[in-house]
Design a protein around this ligand. Sequence first.
Ligand SMILES: Cc1cc2nc3c(=O)[nH]c(=O)nc-3n(C[C@H](O)[C@H](O)[C@H](O)COP(=O)(O)OP(=O)(O)OC[C@H]3O[C@@H](n4cnc5c(N)ncnc54)[C@H](O)[C@@H]3O)c2cc1C
Length: 328
Amino acid sequence: MTAPIAIIGTGIAGLSAAQVLHAAGHEVRLFEKSRGSGGRMASKRSDVGALDLGAQYFTARDRRFVEVVQQWQARGWVAEWSPSLYHFSNGQLGASPDEQVRWVGNPRMSAITRALLGALPVQFSCRITEVFRGERHWNLQDAEGQTHGPFSQVVIATPSPQASALLAAAPKLAGAAASVAMEPTWAVALAFASPLDTKVDACFVQDSPLDWLTRNRSKPGRDNAPDTWVLHASSSWSKQHLDMSKEAVLEELHGAFAELIGCALPAPVFSLAHRWLYARPASAHQWGALADADLGLYACGDWCLSGRVEGAWLSGQEVARKLLQHQQ
Ligand SMILES: Cc1cc2nc3c(=O)[nH]c(=O)nc-3n(C[C@H](O)[C@H](O)[C@H](O)COP(=O)(O)OP(=O)(O)OC[C@H]3O[C@@H](n4cnc5c(N)ncnc54)[C@H](O)[C@@H]3O)c2cc1C
């Protein structure tokens, strides 16, 4: 009997790969350091409902991704989001409508990865620290000192710095992963007891510590009360303030929001700050996925392609294709 395939990471890339491999008749086992799936598409539970703190929406351009998003829509996992979109630059707030089709998980971003995971076997709260070769198979070591295995192949579906560490047995792949730096993002959520008096649902921001803000209730399937907003700081501001306390980040970004939103801002009834250390790759690549098929080690993720949800999903498809191709 063939040993199962290990997949490290249950973001959209890992789950995209898992779906293909499972459908091809392979046994897959997933490992995830967090308590739930989704990675940067996860939604955080809070006193004011689920909050999409990472990816805010996604677009679909590649024909394969367009098709799968349509299937997700038919199943109710995603819905189209048409915000009243604004732009802020040079101290001016202005309406900025466009033709872009934007998709969101329904009723929260994490609905997509949760549905993709389905009943696949997964171990949560399990941070893998090492991928090492036994006599004929691969094994994984976790942060608690436990060993998992044996596995026929290992797919590493984590951000590039974490992938690089886990790819030590394949130095070429480790080097490629290490060459992709990832930039941080500070995210803040603020909730107001009564709705803010503004038409803005979402805004691209320039010349400010912020680069994006969203009104949660403008997305389909979200609760209407209280009025919750998610703010993202720019990469450069986040880099400069990487080690700032959460309290200070909240104060600074709340202040930046007050300056641009153009309406009275009452004291929030809820606030939260979250630091994404590895939010987005600093550069885009056309690798698709990394593979040492003879060894049986593979890596995928947004950093192998576009640095977005679509790129991550496509990278998961590509890693599975490479793995299956090698077995023929
Ligand atoms: C603030 C922010 C805003 C964004 N906005 C957008 C947007 O508007 N549109 C868009 O398309 N994209 C956006 N993105 C990017 C998008 O979220 C990512 O491209 C996509 O979700 C990446 O998926 P992934 O599966 O490659 O990686 P991830 O989602 O990071 O998944 C990797 C998983 O691996 C797990 N993991 C890591 N190390 C280990 C380990 N050692 N052991 C076990 N598990 C491990 C992690 O916990 C995580 O669950 C945004 C991201 C952020 C952070």
